[in-house]
Design a protein around this ligand. Structure first.
Ligand SMILES: CCCCCCCCCC/C=C\CCC/C=C/C(=O)SCCNC(=O)CCNC(=O)[C@H](O)C(C)(C)COP(=O)(O)OP(=O)(O)OC[C@H]1O[C@@H](n2cnc3c(N)ncnc32)[C@H](O)[C@@H]1OP(=O)(O)O
Ligand SMILES: Cc1cc2nc3c(=O)[nH]c(=O)nc-3n(C[C@H](O)[C@H](O)[C@H](O)COP(=O)(O)OP(=O)(O)OC[C@H]3O[C@@H](n4cnc5c(N)ncnc54)[C@H](O)[C@@H]3O)c2cc1C
Length: 593
């Protein structure tokens, strides 16, 4: 053969991600930030010439770059980042500086030891004026020796809650000079003489964050589906107790409580998967629009991605813990895989925007819509938020037999989101009329604002789930997924029941009806549960779990796993006689006296 095919095309994003994922596991690796944030930043924020220079090298892995934004003192409030990039027109360079301890970049993944470049967010100063945080592409380490360049202090921040295969790092600049063209110049620019050219939208520099927030939704689906796979499989192996006295021990999966613990996580995993696909498409479309000069969808994308990120990560964290507890004592062992999956998944509640902060971002968007509604404006043909403008039924109808395609359930979610959004908006206005300024009023309403976002996101997730299942033409697959949809929808109804009951929209009877529909769905899902999780086709090496093995050979392998522990290399630990053995021996001697 003239050209033997390469095993992996490193410039092919999908191939690379798959390869990295299977060879390096789920808790991160040295190329994570390079692929997930640095390359997207180059794609969306570098101008044509910069892309030509940086992109092929980045794709070919001639360097490794990270995304250095967060500082020791500020992660959320980007306006207060302290790192400065001051333009010097004489040399046509920026001078990067970390003026305080708190300005030290802190957390960037792969910064600690792996990266030799970084996208650095710094306050841009030119002609004596600050223009806010802007991204710069900065070399940190020598390409040959890998030692930090002059003026740069860089290192690892130490062990974390999880993801310890990622070298999160710290970084300080001491008046480091970098060429003018190291500023990402697709949107904002600094001309050679120092004049600043503003971007068409001042948050376009934040697109890498938007990308990851959107990607996280599918990531959380993955974590939930993986951990429910483990819990379902193990529960189909584990036998404990009897349902009918004398009939023999049952699989714990036959207990209704067990199903109620695990199946909703499965259903949520699917819901997140479908909405994850939706938001990724919206992201790609919006980035294409921006390239063509249309920025109109940016606020919608930002609002939806923030809300989805916050809700899905929170529910994934709760769901993973349910799956762990569903596996009893063995669930607490590292052999279950849960510690790994949990510690990775919960990081996403914090990174890429702390969840409360993200909920409040979406709420900003909702408050604008509420203002338009109160001003009597019409909806703007926006599929995601238009329902807020419409009047729904005055009473909940979820128990009506004619609920085709769950319209009445969706209307209940819509009702709650609409009511919560308008009520908190009215409270905001009222507080301001009473003399509070907007920011104080906002803080006084913050918990209710977050509730409005959650209700809105719940509506979006549910609607997407219903619409996507409706599209399926294979009736046998559709019927299984409809059982999960039924569970998802009525489970969510009970989760937000307080809000639905509070204003008398839903009756106590209807709440009972929702519970009945949940129990009915659990029963329908039970016989298919193992086949459903098998159909995800996760490899054992992805699950990292003795309990979730595809072959179900749990007990034998649990024993092997324990026996392979380093503590079991010898029957007696080498230092036993020096400490515990000695203590016991001395105690025995003393008691003889
Ligand atoms: C297979 C399993 C794998 C699972 C994993 C899934 C994928 C993930 C893989 C990666 C894994 C690990 C890597 C982790 C990497 C982590 C990286 C990071 O954490 S990077 C740092 C992230 N930092 C943040 O997110 C900071 C949060 N803060 C902000 O975003 C902002 O400061 C914000 C939004 C809080 C406030 O913005 P700002 O202070 O600038 O402005 P204002 O509040 O005044 O807002 C003005 C106006 O702008 C709007 N706005 C803000 N941001 C945006 C945006 N991005 N796009 C559009 N618009 C935006 C804001 O809403 C206001 O609008 P207004 O009209 O005035 O209301
Ligand atoms: C695993 C991991 C990986 C990371 N990787 C990177 C990376 O690669 N690059 C990078 O630059 N950064 C990274 N980060 C940093 C991360 O983005 C920030 O930690 C995150 O955005 C939260 O910011 P913070 O730490 O400043 O939290 P804080 O803002 O200090 O949050 C503390 C508390 O204050 C609350 N709070 C703050 N502001 C408000 C507000 N306005 N309204 C209401 N409540 C508020 C929060 O809700 C939270 O409860 C990473 C973090 C983690 C954990």
């Amino acid at each position: 053969m003239e050209h033997a095919p390469k095993a992996i095309d490193v410039t092919n994003d999908v191939e690379m991600r798959t390869f990295n994922f299977f060879t390096m596991g789920i808790d991160g690796h040295p190329l994570g930030l390079h692929l997930d944030m640095a390359i997207p930043t180059i794609l969306n924020n570098a101008d044509e010439e910069q892309q030509k220079d940086w992109l092929p090298k980045a794709a070919n892995r001639e360097f490794i770059a990270t995304y250095a934004q967060t500082e020791m003192g500020h992660g959320t409030n980007l306006k207060k980042l302290e790192t400065t990039a001051t333009y010097d027109p004489k040399t046509q360079e920026f001078v990067l500086n970390s003026p305080t301890i708190t300005s030290t970049k802190w957390w960037p993944g792969n910064l600690g030891k792996s990266s030799n470049y970084a996208v650095v967010m710094a306050q841009l100063y030119t002609q004596g004026k600050c223009h806010g945080a802007h991204p710069f592409f900065v070399q940190l380490r020598d390409l040959n020796t890998h030692k930090p360049l002059k003026g740069i202090t860089v290192g690892d921040i130490g062990p974390k809650f999880g993801m310890n295969t990622v070298d999160n790092g710290f970084l300080q600049f001491d008046h480091v000079r970098t060429p003018r063209r190291s500023m990402f110049m697709k949107h904002a620019k600094v001309l050679p003489d120092g004049r600043y050219v503003p971007p068409v939208h001042d948050k376009l520099n934040y697109s890498a964050m938007v990308f990851i927030r959107a990607a996280i939704v599918s990531g959380m689906a993955y974590h939930l589906l993986v951990t429910s796979t483990i819990a379902v499989r193990y529960s189909a192996i584990r036998r404990q107790g009897e349902i009918t006295p004398g009939a023999g021990e049952v699989k714990v999966l036959d207990y209704q409580t067990q199903q109620h613990r695990i199946f909703p996580q499965l259903a949520r995993g699917l819901a997140f998967r479908l909405s994850g696909q939706y938001i990724m498409k919206l992201y790609t479309q919006t980035m294409d629009d921006i390239r063509n000069g249309d920025i109109s969808a940016v606020p919608d994308l930002h609002a939806l991605s923030c809300g989805l990120k916050a809700v899905t990560t929170h529910h994934a964290a709760l769901g993973l813990e349910q799956c762990r507890m569903a596996c009893g004592g063995h669930g607490y062992s590292q052999a279950s895989g849960f510690p790994l999956h949990y510690s990775v998944a919960v990081g996403a509640c914090t990174y890429e925007g702390e969840n409360m902060v993200m909920l409040l971002q979406t709420a900003r968007h909702l408050m604008k819509i509420a203002k338009a509604i109160r001003a009597g404006q019409s909806p703007k043909s926006n599929k995601i938020v238009d329902y807020l403008f419409h009047k729904g039924p005055p009473k909940c109808l979820i128990d009506q037999a004619y609920d085709t395609n769950y319209r009445n359930v969706l209307e209940s979610f819509e009702h709650l989101a609409r009511r919560q959004t308008l009520e908190v908006y009215d409270k905001l206005v009222q507080l301001q009329q009473q003399g509070r300024n907007y920011e104080q009023a906002w803080n006084d309403c913050a918990v209710e604002l977050c509730k409005a976002t959650r209700a809105h996101v719940r509506t979006f997730l549910a609607r997407t789930f219903v619409e996507e299942i409706d599209k399926i033409s294979d009736l046998s697959i559709k019927s299984v997924l409809q059982d999960l949809l039924q569970l998802y929808l009525y489970y969510e109804v009970t989760e937000c029941a307080t809000g639905l009951l509070e204003d008398g929209f839903m009756t106590g009877q209807q709440h009972k009806y929702a519970k009945k529909k949940i129990y009915e769905a659990l029963e329908k899902i039970r016989p298919n549960a193992v086949s459903i999780v098998d159909s995800f086709d996760f490899q054992d090496r992805e699950l990292h779990s003795v309990l979730g093995r595809r072959d179900g050979n749990v007990y034998e392998n649990l024993l092997k796993w324990a026996q392979s522990s380093p503590l079991n290399k010898t029957d007696v630990l080498p230092f036993h006689h020096k400490y515990l053995g000695k203590m016991m021996e001395e105690a025995r001697q003393r008691s003889k006296i």
